[in-house]
Design a protein around this ligand. Structure first.
Ligand SMILES: Cc1cc2nc3c(=O)[nH]c(=O)nc-3n(C[C@H](O)[C@H](O)[C@H](O)COP(=O)(O)OP(=O)(O)OC[C@H]3O[C@@H](n4cnc5c(N)ncnc54)[C@H](O)[C@@H]3O)c2cc1C
Length: 811
């Protein structure tokens, strides 16, 4: 066994084997995998091993396409062939029009990744799958690439090729400890001896938190028991003369695929059972949980009703094994929050199908610092400290119960809520607020017109449309108040703070005291990594000269990791998170200055406190830091208040606002208004797949600066020219917004992808942003949007269609 290597991958299931293989593919061959037992002795060996191409976003579809291409290559490899039924096809069933509309949107989104899904009616489903009845069926989504693979052969083949490239695999080698040294390297202690390495990867399946604990972290991953059975031969399958496609049923929560001449049927029962919550026996290996078909009887009835032939054959084998879930259903693939040189590939619930792609994206992140797709939807840093073991298990149960029911726009399921609140949450609830969830925070979405107001789940504009319109109108013509909780805030102090940020941002960073600026951070490939406001706050009794770095709520761990990784030892810079200590109240609208002037001492005139200023003050008796910044495009103030004083500040603003007709407004109104201003959202419009020039951020880039992260790569990219550009579009439809991921067409060719879409209530326009082929990105250019299956004309228009001269924000 080696005593030193570059990377140690812990765990020999599909996650570990795929990572090892892809590290070698990326050129790192001094790598090892350690497995406590035999390869695939965790969950992988007993997997139903279906491989599908379906995904809820383009990254998932892209990584699954990689799996399929890789598995085909391995199947055809004469050195180590793998059993893979590729192309049996698969159907996701639907019995509501809303589900069918969702499928049409997923087909539009997949089209942009070169993947063809078909939305078919009930009779066509039955024609392609002769065992099913069309009772209570509208249709389904057809994925022609679906199939199943032999999971053990797959892992052995990946390990075989990795070994051939130079990697080593140590079986029966249990990792028992991890220690990190001052130079950020690791020692992996095993029962066979120590291995020193630069980087560790946790790929330990349901034992993820045993290994997590060895490095002092808890991963938001929980296991659920999951069962399938395999039937005797079914005569109708033999008679059909072709393999049966896969079935996924969101109506009755089961799946089925062909196994020999019978069916393998798996269940997602409501009466489901978490597993391993109180520890896992060390001897549980190559093992299963006891059968318990009673638990799945309700689901089984649905499967029998859909496939009557199923009821006529015996059951050959039952499998009940642990399967891992996270709090949003997607795995955790990427850097471990708060750690250096540590990665994970965990929480895989469809790991055999997806594992090829996840290992590919992880290896790219380890070797190159970033993958070819934006991986935020998989990034372990997308959850923050609220994602504890109890919350995770509640969300795991909920997710398991809804396995095949995709999330609709604006849908936030109830388990584990509320997780993060402020002192205002109950106050706003009493005012009638509906809440959305942002990184665990309950954030006001709008004020409900009646207590039982629940808009329907749909890809169309829903019943909240006119409610949001009223809130926008109130802000546009008078004054509105909203709470923005969880906004990421890092206080940066020290004499080198400006030099540090100058290196981190691709443009000039504002340094004048009392002023606020906006800027962008790039990765080493010159792509957009982060967006932040920088507020320079002069010394006072509240602290020394300091900078407040502000960014999206979800970026809390991501941005802190990125900033702290790039601090130099000789720099006098301190970073402190204030995110959980304070909350923002936003006062917006032409009358906001009048309200502010009544509750806060001092001169708030346009001259004394112009747009992009920051000042410490009091709102009534509540200490506050006020910034003249606006995401709505109206005159607006962000009022940052310690949570202990939040209610006091709120009461003062409500009282002063009464005479001015102050109204509460929520996140949906903000979303509509920011679209009219051309303001961008991190991880919707700002992603690592595009550089700042392609994203239209030219004015925030200063290539004259001597140094910033990503500068060399950006210069090269600039010389090569933009591939796509982010544009604003007017969509010629009134019934639905352009959903993120939807494809933009020029004839039969996909030429762009939507990143954001919403109705602009002040402009009366259905607005969308999207990345479009450079040569088709000029203003006036007309394209078509695949809007849930309908081709709808769109026209590229100038950004910021509302108040393009930015007069209103100045007041
Ligand atoms: C009944 C069932 C049906 C399924 N059907 C499908 C399906 O149809 N399609 C699909 O894609 N997915 C399916 N899955 C899910 C899929 O099988 C898993 O997502 C996948 O196998 C997980 O792989 P993994 O590598 O993450 O974990 P595992 O396979 O559990 O591998 C983790 C490995 O880490 C090792 N390990 C743990 N601790 C240590 C340590 N301290 N030192 C060294 N080694 C350690 C373990 O021994 C184990 O081999 C199913 C799961 C179940 C339970």
């Amino acid at each position: 066994m080696k005593s030193r290597t570059k990377v140690v991958v812990i765990g020999g299931g599909i996650a570990g084997c795929s990572t090892l293989y892809h590290l070698c593919e990326e050129g790192w061959t001094d790598v090892v995998l350690v497995e406590r037992d035999e390869l695939t002795s965790g969950t992988t060996w007993h997997s139903a091993a279906q491989v599908t191409n379906f995904g809820m976003n383009q990254t998932m579809v892209g990584l699954k396409s990689h799996s399929i291409a890789l598995y085909k290559k391995l199947r055809d490899d004469p050195d180590y062939p793998v059993g893979y039924h590729h192309g049996d096809g698969g159907i996701r069933l639907a019995n509501t029009e809303a589900q069918m509309q969702g499928y049409r949107q997923f087909a539009s989104m997949a089209r942009g990744m070169g993947v063809t899904f078909e939305v078919i009616h009930a009779e066509e489903c039955a024609r392609r799958h002769p065992l099913i009845s069309t009772e209570n069926l509208l249709g389904g989504l057809w994925d022609g690439e679906d199939g199943d693979i032999d999971p053990a052969q797959l892992c052995q083949a990946l390990a075989f090729h990795a070994r051939k490239a130079g990697a080593e695999v140590y079986r029966h080698t249990n990792v028992i400890g991890l220690s990190q040294h001052s130079d950020d390297t690791w020692t992996v202690a095993t029962d066979k001896g120590d291995i020193d390495c630069d980087i560790v990867v946790n790929a330990c399946g349901y034992r993820v938190n045993e290994v997590g604990a060895m490095m002092g972290v808890h991963h938001p991953v929980a296991s659920m028991e999951h069962q399938y059975f395999v039937t005797e031969d079914i005569p109708a399958i033999i008679a059909a003369g072709h393999r049966m496609p896969l079935l996924r049923c969101p109506i009755s929560d089961y799946y089925a695929r062909q196994e020999k001449n019978g069916l393998l049927v798996g269940f997602y029962e409501q009466d489901c059972k978490p597993w391993g919550m109180d520890g896992i026996s060390p001897s549980f290996s190559n093992d299963l949980c006891p059968d318990d078909l009673d638990r799945v009887m309700d689901v089984l009835e649905g499967a029998f009703a859909r496939m009557p032939a199923l009821a006529e054959v015996g059951i050959k084998r039952i499998v009940n094994g642990p399967i891992t879930y996270t709090i949003d259903g997607a795995p955790l693939v990427g850097p471990i929050p708060g750690k250096r040189n540590a990665f994970c590939i965990i929480g895989l619930r469809a790991g055999v199908g997806e594992g090829g792609g996840h290992g590919w994206l992880l290896a790219q992140q380890i070797v190159h610092g970033e993958a070819c797709f934006d991986t935020w939807g998989l990034d372990p840093r997308r959850f923050t400290r609220h994602a504890n073991v109890e919350l995770t298990s509640l969300k795991a149960i909920e997710d398991y119960q809804n396995e095949f029911r995709f999330h609709f726009p604006h849908e936030h399921r109830p388990a584990g809520r509320p997780a993060k609140t402020t002192p205002l949450t109950p106050v706003l609830a009493a005012e009638g607020a509906a809440f959305t969830v942002v990184n665990g925070w309950e954030r006001m979405e709008y004020i409900k017109p009646s207590p039982n107001f629940h808009p329907s789940l749909s890809f169309n504009f829903d019943e909240a449309f006119s409610v949001v319109e009223d809130e926008v109108r109130a802000v546009q013509t008078g004054v509105g108040l909203t709470e923005v909780n969880g906004f990421n805030r890092i206080e940066i102090t020290g004499t080198d703070r400006h030099a540090f940020l100058d290196r981190m941002f691709c443009g000039r960073v504002r340094q004048e005291q009392g002023r606020v600026g906006l800027g962008y951070l790039l990765n080493h490939h010159g792509m957009v990594k982060a967006e932040a406001t920088i507020a320079n706050i002069p010394a006072s009794d509240r602290g020394p000269d300091r900078i407040w770095y502000g960014s999206a709520a979800a970026s809390e761990l991501h941005d802190m990791d990125w900033l702290s990784q790039h601090l130099r030892e000789d720099e006098d810079v301190q970073l402190q998170s204030l995110t959980n200590d304070q909350t923002i109240l936003v006062l917006a609208g032409p009358k906001s200055r009048a309200v502010l002037s009544e509750v806060a001492r001092g001169d708030w005139s346009r001259e004394a406190f112009p747009w992009l200023s920051v000042r410490e003050s009091f709102i009534g008796i509540a200490p506050a830091t006020v910034m003249a910044v606006s995401f709505s495009g109206e005159l607006a103030y962000e009022i940052h208040v310690l949570n202990a004083s939040l209610y006091a500040a709120y009461l003062a603003l409500r009282e002063a606002g009464e005479a001015h007709g102050l109204r509460l407004f929520g996140a949906r109104a903000i979303e509509s208004m920011r679209m009219e201003k051309g303001f961008l959202h991190w991880k919707a419009d700002l992603i690592t797949e595009f550089d700042p020039f392609e994203t239209g951020l030219d004015r925030f880039v200063s290539l004259q600066k001597p140094e910033f992260i990503g500068k060399d790569a950006l210069r090269t990219r600039q010389a090569e020219g933009a591939r796509r550009r982010l544009v604003t579009m007017r969509v010629d439809a009134t019934h639905a917004p352009a959903p993120p991921g939807a494809s933009l067409m020029n004839g039969n060719e996909v030429v762009g992808t939507i990143t954001s879409g919403d109705w602009g209530h002040r402009t009366g326009l259905n607005l969308a942003y999207g990345f479009v082929a450079h040569e088709l990105s000029d203003i006036g250019c007309r394209l078509e949007l695949d809007l849930c299956g309908d081709l709808v004309p769109v026209e590229i228009i100038p950004a910021s269609p509302y108040d393009p001269a930015f007069e209103k924000v100045r007041g």
